[in-house]
Design a protein around this ligand. Structure first.
Ligand SMILES: [Ca+2]
Length: 141
């Protein structure tokens, strides 16, 4: 009976723990980097100023405010904006190649949470509740 009780307990733990692990959606070799390791460049406002092959983010809705484009070849890294540049991004455009998905993420003090997951060719305003919260970008391809 004691063994069955342990097995039942472990099974219940797995039920509760596994969905959380699956939610992370990140490979174990995800690497955190800061801006000095990622090629980026300022861009003008307007969705049309996002060059083909780049991921673009703007500080205001409708591709307004200041913008930054991030280069390709960014698989499986997280760009941590660091304290100086956190809590920004209102709108985005994903023109990265290689079926790259970009997770716009918030650091909640313990883990990275997805505010938005941008598939290939995705563009537009982030949902209202996701704006001005991004602390990093996770590139998955
Ligand atoms: Ca934040």
């Amino acid at each position: 009976m004691a063994k069955r009780g342990l097995a039942t307990t472990l099974a219940l733990l797995a039920v509760f723990l596994l969905p959380e692990a699956a939610h992370a959606q990140e490979p174990p070799d995800a690497e955190d980097v800061t801006a000095q390791f990622v090629y980026s460049t300022p861009i003008s406002s307007g969705y049309a100023s996002c060059p083909d092959g780049w991921f673009c983010a703007w500080s205001q809705p409708n591709a307004g405010g200041y913008g930054t484009a991030y280069a390709n070849d960014l698989c499986r890294i997280r760009l941590n904006f660091t304290d100086k540049y956190n809590d920004w991004i209102d709108s985005i455009r994903n023109r990265l190649p290689n079926n790259t998905w970009v997770h716009v993420q918030n650091w909640n003090g313990q883990t990275w949470d997805d505010l938005w997951v941008s598939g290939p060719n995705n563009w537009g305003n982030l949902p209202y509740e996701a704006r001005n919260r991004a602390d990093g970008l996770y590139f998955n391809c």
